[in-house]
Design a protein around this ligand. Structure first.
Ligand SMILES: *[C@@H]1O[C@H](CO)[C@@H](O)[C@H](O)[C@H]1NC(C)=O
Ligand SMILES: *[C@@H]1O[C@H](CO)[C@@H](O)[C@H](O)[C@H]1NC(C)=O
Ligand SMILES: *[C@@H]1O[C@H](CO)[C@@H](O)[C@H](O)[C@H]1NC(C)=O
Ligand SMILES: *[C@@H]1O[C@H](CO)[C@@H](O)[C@H](O)[C@H]1NC(C)=O
Ligand SMILES: *[C@@H]1O[C@H](CO)[C@@H](O)[C@H](O)[C@H]1NC(C)=O
Ligand SMILES: *[C@@H]1O[C@H](CO)[C@@H](O)[C@H](O)[C@H]1NC(C)=O
Length: 627
């Protein structure tokens, strides 16, 4: 056993070493054309908006894709709002239409709660249905038994409702204590306004940001009876691991691969570092990609079919073990493939100096306008991001260079003369779009204010701390939440899990650019290109987003010898773009204040609790709503 383990460990290290050498060789230096790429089904096909003729030096796009994305987004959202049920009867009918069963008992109370609190989203709870689906496959007895194993699991607390009162406990070796995580406390406080209307229940709460539940594909599709027979196997899975971390005996990716359907790329033993479908040999193709805009964030991105892409996401390198059985784990976010049950993040619900817009930590009150907020015209035109070099672990070690934050900071720290292609209207305000090849170093200086504020995990970076600091801007001056609103563009990136700052960014008067591979409780409630700007996982279109909204920078105009150069300075800026950006900033703020409120999170959790209570009951039929 000992022998075998160390052999396996050596194997992993060898594999890691090979990949690192590979990375430092050709592929790595060509990162602009390979590693940063993240082809995504949700991206518009290149050909749709391919603006570049082969030999034509000044081809023109007649229509920029962004206005259409914005118009479609607005139309979509208007339609979503207008179709929400207006009466309880309509809400019941809509529920039955979507899920082909009756709503849970207490649905009328929930509806009144929603109505009383002006909750806009009455019908959009598909996430709950999706997350709870595996638990319809097992009996209530099974569900309760599995939940009762929470005490065996590291970093899992329990929120327990008994006789209409909820408490949060941490169970270790059968002993209960009140030393619970902030996440459990957060969930507990979300129940306060309706706990008296709930039956007795137990919620295992994930104390970490990462998703925890990865059930192998073969086990997921088993019938109920087989599952029952597997009780012992599941108990082992839940309680028998001994260590909370991988301890060199596996990785998240190894666990994730098994959730994929047999035959998918991820099920093959080794995945290619580079997607075979990525045909980026020609300069033309590379340029085009920089002008491709994501329609949405990558929450549904398939790492099963795009196995290579797991190298670009830190969470696949997390040190913490995942759990290979359907277990009711309440977590703040999940990437596709995880079976956690989503709840609102405590960062969004609580009110704190570091995560809440307008929070006055001295008087403990919420201000309408944050002390550090600025009028739009006084904000800088730069793209702002600060954060730590976290976002992944060291299982296996050595891959930090590809984690989502490192890739972004490196992109923005690139001082080189490698060209990026920027498309802009010339003259400003016209529909004559031209492009210029501008050195990355120049664009980054013009547009970006991006840096790590803290370096951690440098041992996972090829070349160590020195190499990390050389390739990434590090600004150790620290950052306040309010520093973000000094800029028109704030970027929101995943960390170890989802980004807890998102709701505060949304509430600010700045526009949010968001890249994520997670879906959260609100993902069906928000509209990309209306409330925020979705950013692809390669981030490579960011220069063209900036050029569209803020206009080409002086250096870009000069490279292109654009006609704007020969116009008076006040005519060079595109007013329309800036207005559009401001509209996104305003719509985002409005969203936070009408749909992303604390009471909206309560409404989500309330409805989730009713559904969970039905699953928890031996007589599920009696726990259905009857008018
Ligand atoms: C809704 O408001 C009414 C009237 O203010 C109140 O009687 C009722 O208890 C409220 N219901 C819920 C579920 O909050
Ligand atoms: C599994 O259990 C559910 C709920 O008890 C039931 O509706 C379903 O028919 C069962 N499926 C099988 C394959 O036994
Ligand atoms: C890449 O694209 C070029 C031009 O479209 C094509 O000729 C070539 O066959 C492609 N290569 C691969 C490996 O698909
Ligand atoms: C993502 O997947 C979920 C569940 O399969 C689905 O309901 C949702 O519509 C998908 N979202 C997008 C943007 O494709
Ligand atoms: C960048 O583009 C310019 C203009 O097309 C070209 O002269 C220059 O060689 C390019 N630089 C690099 C590093 O490719
Ligand atoms: C730049 O454009 C101006 C005005 O269109 C033209 O007179 C000049 O020759 C151009 N310069 C170069 C280097 O192409």
């Amino acid at each position: 056993m000992y022998e075998g383990l160390s052999g396996q460990k050596k194997g992993i290290l060898f594999f890691a070493a090979v990949v690192i050498v590979f990375m430092q060789g050709g592929l790595w230096s060509a990162r602009r054309h390979s590693v940063n790429n993240f082809p995504d089904d949700s991206l518009l096909p290149v050909t749709t908006y391919l603006p570049f003729g082969k030999s034509n030096a000044r081809p023109s796009v007649k229509e920029h894709p962004i206005p259409k994305l914005m118009a479609d987004a607005e139309a979509n959202y208007r339609q979503l709002l207008s179709r929400q049920s207006q009466t309880l009867e309509e809400a019941v009918r809509e529920y039955e239409r979507r899920y082909m069963r009756k709503p849970p008992r207490g649905f009328d109370d929930w509806w009144r709660f929603a109505r009383n609190n002006s909750v806009v989203m009455i019908d959009e709870y598909d996430n709950i249905d999706e997350d709870l689906a595996p638990f319809w496959e097992i009996s209530a007895e099974q569900l309760r038994w599995r939940a009762s194993l929470a005490g065996y699991l590291p970093f899992v607390d329990v929120v327990r409702v008994k006789d209409g009162k909820a408490i949060a406990v941490n169970i270790v070796d059968g002993e209960e204590s009140e030393a619970v995580s902030a996440r459990a406390k957060g969930f507990l406080s979300m129940l306060a306004n309706f706990q008296d209307r709930l039956p007795d229940l137990e919620f295992p709460i994930n104390a970490m940001a990462e998703g925890r539940i990865l059930v192998p594909w073969e086990r997921r599709v088993q019938s109920n009876t087989t599952l029952q027979r597997n009780i012992d196997a599941i108990r082992d899975e839940l309680s028998g691991n001994g260590y909370p971390d991988w301890h060199g005996e596996g990785t998240v990716w190894e666990a994730y691969r098994r959730t994929c359907e047999p035959g998918t790329a991820a099920r093959r033993l080794f995945s290619s570092f580079r997607a075979s479908s990525m045909n980026k040999t020609s300069q033309l193709a590379a340029r085009s990609e920089e002008f491709v805009f994501a329609r949405d964030t990558a929450g549904n991105y398939s790492f099963c079919t795009n196995a290579w892409a797991h190298y670009t996401q830190g969470h696949f390198f997390s040190d913490w073990r995942t759990i290979a059985a359907a277990f009711p784990m309440f977590s703040p976010a999940k990437a596709s493939g995880y079976l956690d049950i989503r709840i609102p993040s405590h960062y969004y619900y609580a009110q704190t100096r570091r995560y809440t817009y307008g929070w006055d930590p001295v008087n403990l009150q919420l201000k309408e306008v944050d002390d550090m907020e600025k009028p739009w015209d006084e904000k800088s035109d730069k793209v702002f991001w600060r954060g730590a070099s976290t976002g992944g672990g060291s299982s296996p070690p050595g891959f930090a260079a590809q984690y989502q934050r490192h890739r972004f900071v490196r992109l923005a720290s690139d001082q080189s003369s490698a060209n990026r292609t920027v498309v802009f209207a010339d003259p400003p305000g016209s529909t004559n779009y031209i492009y210029a090849d501008v050195p990355a170093g120049q664009l980054n200086e013009d547009m970006m204010d991006v840096a790590f504020v803290k370096v951690v995990g440098a041992e996972n970076y090829p070349g160590g701390l020195d190499a990390l600091v050389r390739a990434h801007r590090v600004d150790d001056g620290g950052v306040n939440l309010g520093d973000h609103w000094q800029h028109k563009y704030v970027v929101d990136l995943d960390g170890m899990g989802y980004s807890g700052r998102f709701f505060s960014f949304m509430e600010s008067d700045s526009a949010v650019l968001k890249a994520t591979v997670y879906r959260e409780f609100f993902s069906d409630w928000i509209q990309p290109w209306l409330h925020f700007i979705p950013l692809s996982q390669s981030y490579s279109e960011i220069y063209n987003i900036h050029a569209f909204f803020s206009g080409a920078t002086e250096s870009t105009l000069r490279v292109a010898n654009a006609t704007a150069l020969y116009m008076p300075a006040d005519k060079r800026k595109t007013i329309d773009g800036d207005r559009r950006l401001r509209r996104i900033a305003r719509a985002g703020k409005q969203w936070k204040r009408t749909i992303g409120r604390r009471v909206d999170m309560e409404a989500y959790v309330y409805r989730l609790c009713l559904e969970y209570a039905r699953l928890w009951s031996d007589d599920r039929d009696s726990m259905s709503f009857s008018p």
